[in-house]
Structures are given as structure tokens and as C-alpha cells.
Write a protein that binds this ligand. Structure first.
Ligand code: FEO
Length: 670
């Protein structure tokens, strides 16, 4: 029975998953399988884009026959001759003998090499920039040599702004019914396998990938259809960013990939001790035993991390076999621009360090941080200082220096107790008010902040923000690693502050009032109205401040939207936040904090809603009758919530309405 899915109205995916393949290309384990993608266009002419591996030919032909729905197949566009996409061409020609093959001259040569067939009169040759039409759809061709073989070409559908990208932007792993990347958590669940696919399949050809990315940058892309893995129709920019890093051999993160080869555990022991020293210094370590983890996974992590540590015992007067395989793979994949630390072990003639150094020295931009650490059989106490020095050298490049405690030259006297900290003093500082937005797992998030500050000029400019940890947006921002800031203007209505400041995204769709789906190029929404400027930021550092999380970020895009005056925190309190309406004296009841409506009575039912503004019971506060003793407590200066309390609020108290902490409460009586 066929299984197909629509990509667009005219284009149908007719490929298949292969979950029984042990090793892709005979080398790379694919425990989650792999998909072979093929696409059929139904236009005035029918056009098939690539075929599939022989392993899935049967379901492929069922899919194709179903998608054709009785029509004949007019064209086959071949973008890549590797047999995982081209093996089935011969069988296709048997079933659809009238098909014309659209390809370039290098593909023509390989057709002759792979098949004993006469292609005379069956080929339509194209070259870069040629235009081919199937009726409503027109296509142009982009040559992509060495991404992944020399004959590779991509095809761009000018009508649907859709790129058939061949192996580029592919991913290991079966589709499992999920055709589009945005039908699941691609960046949470699939990115590791996408990285392993890229680095091992095309990692060697970074320059060629960069060249084709430059060509692709000129194309408007609504869809990207690779030969493996899901189709992209949203958030493609995020994936493209990864390709820009991988293909330029730029580390994705400041961290250490530590790989060791150990026969009896002594080299492993030294590697463990070094890992511990690194972690103690605040360095992130990804650690692998080369005898356990296949090289393709370690290669992918070597592309990911900025610093590499290789520790190998000596074996047959050379590098231990699994480490030798890894080093060989890294050299063959042309990894560049990494800091390297080497450790060797040998009971009588340690040579693995020298040999690893020789092999890795051929790589561009590789620098060695240390003299090789040599272990004779087992690490000794007096060598720990050497590992400390290695850990210090790595940490000095990866861990930001903490500023020394400020020293006062004015007084050396110790304060006798805690000095007063008046919260109101902080309100004298000039804060702007902004909407912070981010996007994670395909969902948009936003909240009000008043903490955005530019902290560095130059290129790129940097800013810092802090977000309350209990706020859902904070968790999502940690996940997404990027955000937008929409700077609100003085004419912003209270409803915006209410929406993004007092309501939870778990209960309301905060973006429903903005149907335009306005986003910056990072794919994150911004607030298009009552906003004078927007900035797109990428997080480069975070610091846990207890109740809040500090984010430092590079500004990667910004634009001015209006000439409106920025709303300060002070202006918001003075002119936008509703004043408490006078309530009838002498009466006991509840006043709505949003609109001031007064409900008389000693009780307020749980399902009560304000007849004026429709807010619920949680937005009402109790008003005591005249003569009744007022209740002591604390009021939240952010949202007005009153917490009855006779003594001190607990240090970890947070507002149940807006999640602000104890520091934003002040004593009050109600
Ligand atoms: Fe998926 Fe290079 O073949």
C-alpha cells in the first residue's frame, strides 16, 4: 500500500524510510534509519525529482504509481548519481520508457558508468542558470560540485520558491511519518544526527558548501527539499546558520571534545582526571571512548567543540587502532580551526603523541596548547600538576574571567551589619520597557521586561537582559538561545502590559492580537505596534542570578519602526498603569485591580468575573469596611497583588500573579 505526503499542492513526496540499514555508505551506523526522498510534481507535465535506494524500490514504485494517478511520467530530474538516489533509475526506465531525463553532462557520464543502457535521445542536458518549464512551474539549476559528489546539482522551482537541495540539508534518521521539520522538535531531537550527517558526508567539502550557500543566499526560499530527512518550510534560517558554522569549520560551542583510547584503563584514568579538572574550572566536556563510540559520532562532536583532547595509548609502535581511525577520519574530513591537547601512554616506547601531532598538523588552523603529556604505564602523583596546567590552559580560553571583588580605596572598615538597600532608589534609574519574545519547539513566547541594556558597542553590539526564572519565557529562551526585543513607546496601551506582563502564555495566546505574524529574520516574532524599534539577539552567555537569569547577547539585526518616544519604567507607572479608583468608603468588598469596579460584600465567589472588564477573582483585592482593623502584608509593586503577612516575607517568596520576587514587594495594609 502506498504512503505519500503532499509537500505543496502540486508536489508529492514519494520516498521511503529504511530502518533496516546497518551502515549508511557501509560506514556510518544509522540506528534511527534513514529516508530516501523522491518528489513528484503534477503539472502540465509530470516531473520526478530523483529516485531511491534499491532497498526501498518496491514501496517507491507503489508511491509513484499512486501519485501519478494514471498519468504518464514525462521527466526525471537527476541531481545526484550516488546509488542511494540513483540505483532505481534503470527499473524506472523499464516501467516508464517514455520519460526524458533532465541532467547535466557530469551526470550523463555517470549514467554511462553505472548502467549498461542506451540513453540516446532520452537526455535533456542543462547547465547552471538554464530554465526548464513543466507548465505552471519553471525551474532553474544550480550546480553544486562536491556537495557531495562532483556531478551534484540543485534545482530551484521559481514558481513555488522551492529548492531541491540534493544531499545538502539532509539528516540521518527515518522520517517516521513526519515530512516537515516543523512537525516535531528538530533542533531538540534531530540536530545531533543532522550534524553527524553533514560532518561525515560532506564535512570535507566546506569550501564547496560555502560556495553553494552563497548562491542559495540569492534565492527566496519557501521550501527546501533535501534527499534525506525532513522538508523545511519554516525556521530554515536556524538550520542554515548551523551549515554556515559547519562549512566554515567554526565551532558551535566553547567546549572540549575529549576522546581517549585505552587498553587496560590507565589512559582512561588520566583522561577522567583531566575531565574532572576541566569541569571544576567550569569547562563543558563531551567525552568519548574511541573503542566504544563509533568515529562518526566523535567526528561530529569535534566539529561542534572548540577544543579537542586526544589521549591514546601506544600500540604496535603506533597510535591505538580506534584512535588512529578517528584521527584519520578527522584529517580526511578536513577539520580546521581547533585548539588541541595531546596525551600519550606507553610502557616502554610511547610514540602515539608524536604520531597524532604529525597527522593533525596537516590541518589548517589547528594549534597545540601543550607539550604532549606522556604517561609511562600509569599516571603518577607528580604528573597531576601537568594536568592542572593543561586544564588551566584550556579554561583560560573558555571560561570568562570573574571580576575580582571590588576593593575600596576609601575605607577599609568592615561594615557592622547589612547596609540599607532602598528599592525605591532603583526606580530613580532610567529603565525602558520592552517586550521580550522568543520561539522554541515551534511556539512563540513573550513577556514584559525592563532590563535591556546595551553593554558593548563595536561589532557586534551586545546587550544584556534579565528574566525572572519562574517566567515560562525564561525557560524557552534558555532553550532557543535567541530572542527579540520590541521597545515600547509611550502611547502603548495598558492592555499590552497586561497581556505580556500579567497573563500566562499557558492560558492565553499572547500573539492572537497580532495576526500579521511579524517576525525578524531569526524567525522570532516582534510586536509591530506601539514599538519604535526591534532588535534580534543571539545569546552568547548566561548567568544564574538566583531568582533571575542574566543573558548576554550579540545584536544580529535591528531596525527602527517609528519615531515614538520610548516608554520608561517611570512613565509606565505614572501614566499607563491604571490608578486605583476610589472605592466607596465605609463598605466592605472587593475592587478590581484592572478597571476599578467595586463589588460589595464579604465574599467573592471563585467563578466571579468583573462585569466591566471580564477579569476573574484573582484580579480583585479585598477592601475592609471602615473601622475594621486593616490587614498587614506586602503589595507587589509590579502587579499590585497583596500578600497578607504579619512578619517578613520569606526570602524565596514569589508573586503568584507575575512571578516577581520578594524584592519587588513593599509593606502595605489593606
Ligand atoms: Fe545521499 Fe551522496 O548521497
Amino acid at each position: 500500500m502506498h504512503f505519500t505526503r503532499k509537500v505543496t499542492q502540486d508536489l508529492t513526496w514519494v520516498g521511503a524510510d529504511d530502518r533496516r540499514l546497518a551502515c549508511f555508505e557501509g560506514v556510518y551506523g544509522v540506528p534511527d534509519g534513514v529516508s530516501y526522498n523522491s518528489y513528484l510534481l503534477q503539472d502540465e507535465k509530470t516531473v520526478l525529482f530523483d529516485t531511491v535506494d534499491k532497498a526501498v524500490y518496491q514501496i517507491f514504485f507503489e508511491n509513484l504509481s499512486s501519485a501519478l494517478a494514471g498519468r504518464k511520467l514525462d521527466y526525471l530530474v537527476i541531481s545526484h548519481m550516488e546509488p542511494d538516489h540513483a540505483y532505481t533509475i534503470e527499473a524506472l526506465l523499464t516501467r516508464y520508457p517514455e520519460v526524458t531525463i533532465v541532467c547535466n553532462s557530469k551526470i550523463q557520464a555517470m549514467l554511462g558508468q553505472f548502467f549498461d543502457l542506451d540513453f540516446t535521445g532520452k537526455l535533456q542536458l542543462v547547465k547552471e542558470g538554464d530554465v526548464f518549464s513543466s507548465g505552471k512551474h519553471s525551474f532553474t539549476f544550480v550546480m553544486a560540485p562536491m556537495v557531495h559528489w562532483p556531478e551534484v546539482m540543485m534545482t530551484y522551482d521559481l514558481t513555488d520558491k522551492l529548492l531541491f537541495s540534493a544531499d545538502a540539508f539532509g539528516t540521518f534518521g527515518s522520517l517516521n511519518g513526519r515530512l516537515f521539520a516543523d512537525e516535531g522538535d528538530f533542533f531538540g531531537e534531530n540536530l545531533d544526527e543532522a550534524r553527524r550527517y553533514y560532518t561525515n558526508i560532506v564535512g570535507k567539502y566546506g569550501a564547496q558548501v560555502q560556495a553553494v550557500l552563497k548562491k542559495a543566499a540569492k534565492l527566496e526560499l519557501d521550501y527546501v527539499c533535501p534527499l534525506h530527512g525532513p522538508v523545511w518550510r519554516s525556521h530554515f534560517g536556524d538550520f542554515l546558520e548551523k551549515y554556515l558554522l559547519w562549512s566554515s569549520y567554526t565551532p558551535e560551542e566553547k567546549s572540549v571534545c575529549l576522546a581517549y583510547a585505552s587498553v587496560y584503563g590507565h589512559t582512561e584514568n588520566a583522561a577522567n582526571i583531566l575531565a574532572g579538572k576541566l569541569v571544576e574550572r567550569g569547562v563543558k566536556v563531551r567525552m568519548f571512548d574511541t573503542s566504544v563510540t563509533p568515529a562518526s559520532y566523535i567526528v561530529a562532536n569535534a566539529f561542534r567543540c572548540s577544543h579537542l583532547v586526544f589521549a591514546s595509548t601506544t600500540y604496535n609502535a603506533g597510535i591505538f587502532v580506534t584512535m588512529e581511525n578517528l584521527i584519520h577520519d578527522l584529517v580526511n574530513h578536513n577539520l580546521q580551526n581547533r585548539a588541541v591537547v595531546l596525551m600519550e601512554n606507553g610502557s616502554w616506547a610511547p610514540t602515539s603523541g608524536k604520531l597524532m601531532r604529525e597527522a593533525l598538523s596537516s590541518l589548517k588552523g589547528v594549534r597545540f596548547l601543550n607539550d604532549t603529556v606522556t604517561i609511562k604505564s600509569a599516571l603518577k602523583e607528580d604528573q597531576l600538576a601537568q594536568l592542572d596546567a593543561v586544564a588551566d590552559a584550556i579554561a583560560s580560553e573558555l571560561v570568562p574571567v570573574q571580576p575580582a571583588a571590588a576593593e575600596s580605596s576609601l575605607s577599609t572598615a568592615e561594615p557592622s551589619g547589612p547596609l540599607p538597600v532602598d528599592d525605591k532608589a532603583f526606580r530613580k534609574m532610567t529603565y525602558g520597557v520592552q517586550v521580550l519574545t522568543t520561539c522554541a519547539d515551534g511556539k512563540d513566547y513573550g513577556c514584559i521586561i525592563n532590563t535591556a541594556v546595551q553593554v558593548a558597542s563595536g561589532n557586534p553590539k551586545k546587550l544584556s537582559i534579565s528574566v525572572i526564572r519562574k517566567n515560562n519565557t525564561c525557560d524557552m529562551l534558555l532553550k532557543a538561545g535567541k530572542f527579540n526585543i520590541s521597545i515600547l513607546t509611550e502611547d502603548a496601551p495598558y492592555s499590552i502590559f497586561e497581556l505580556f506582563g500579567l497573563q500566562s502564555g499557558r492560558e492565553v495566546d499572547k500573539f492572537a492580537r497580532y495576526p500579521g505574524d511579524d517576525r525578524l529574520s531569526n524567525g522570532i516574532r516582534y510586536i509591530p505596534e506601539y514599538t519604535n524599534a526591534v532588535l534580534a539577539c543571539e545569546v552568547i552567555e548566561t548567568k544564574d542570578l538566583g531568582p533571575s537569569m542574566l543573558f548576554i547577547a550579540n545584536v544580529v539585526e535591528s531596525k527602527v519602526l517609528s519615531s515614538g518616544k520610548s516608554c520608561s519604567y517611570d512613565y509606565y507607572h505614572a501614566h499607563i498603569k491604571p490608578k486605583k479608583n476610589p472605592v466607596p468608603e465605609q463598605k466592605e468588598g472587593y475592587v478590581c485591580k484592572v478597571c476599578g469596579y467595586f463589588h460589595e460584600g464579604s465574599d467573592l465567589p471563585d467563578d466571579f468575573t468583573c462585569p466591566l472588564c471580564k477579569h476573574g477573582k484573582e484580579d480583585f483585592e479585598y477592601v475592609a469596611p471602615a473601622g475594621k482593623k486593616k490587614q498587614k502584608g506586602y503589595v507587589c509593586t509590579i502587579c499590585g497583588y497583596f500578600e497578607p503577612c504579619e512578619g517578613e516575607l520569606p526570602d524565596d517568596f514569589t508573586c503568584p500573579l507575575c512571578n516577581h520576587g520578594k524584592e519587588d514587594f513593599e509593606p502595605a495594609e489593606q
